[in-house]
Design a binder for this molecule. Sequence first.
Ligand SMILES: C[S@@+](CC[C@H](N)C(=O)[O-])C[C@H]1O[C@@H](n2cnc3c(N)ncnc32)[C@H](O)[C@@H]1O
Length: 246
Amino acid sequence: MIKVYEKMEGYCQQFQQYWKQWKENTPLFWIQLKFQWFNFKEYLKVIFFYYRNLSFLKSDTLLLLSYLFQNPYRMNKEFLKKRGEEVVDVYGETPLTTFEEIVSKCQITPKDNFYELGAGRGRTCFWLHSFIGCKVIGLEIIPQFVTIANQIVEKKHLKNIHFENVNFLNYDCKDATVIYLYGICLKDEDLVQLIQQLKKLPQGTKFITISFPLTEYTQEPLFEVTSCFQGRFPWGIADVYLQYRK
Ligand SMILES: C[S@@+](CC[C@H](N)C(=O)[O-])C[C@H]1O[C@@H](n2cnc3c(N)ncnc32)[C@H](O)[C@@H]1O
């Protein structure tokens, strides 16, 4: 009788352990599923709405093929690990449908000089170049991203778009009319340093930032936030800020 009781107790403990593990892992599972579902729907929209543009179809297909056997998330993680950073899971891309909304609400035109600070693989830059036709410069710290993006530019003989392997914190975007920054995991001190660069730009320069306005990182009256709207990202809804250099 005692043996049966001990066995039952053992099963109960095992069941409790499985239940605890399941409860701990379930939220992660749902988050992953939501993330994959979002990406799947987004990709269908990209094929349906954007692949009619031949220039974009070509550059996006080349991008896709270039990253078939190398994952940009992992490449970014490895780069940050080598640099000794503590937070390394920070890579993300602006969904193109969200980017289209941002471009339309911020009224980016073919006359603009658009700089993307931290361009990643350069997908948004290629989209903008194909759909709006303005001058596009992507600044990116990870050399492989820049090499691949510039190879696509060369292969497709694209004009008015290029990528530079630089640290945007020390870079002077002197002819910029629009600056886009999706860098939600930048350190506060980096943003303070970046503002020292951005304040050199002339009055009227547009800045688009995701999740925070530049005014949060300076006491000086340098920027005026003119609008704030919401944009959809795989991880949820974010505030998009449009501000001008005063
Ligand atoms: C969150 S991803 C955004 C990618 C792209 N802008 C988009 O919206 O799809 C941020 C990118 O910024 C790059 N980055 C971060 N700090 C940087 C710096 N100081 N200079 C240049 N690039 C940087 C990272 O390597 C990463 O590729």
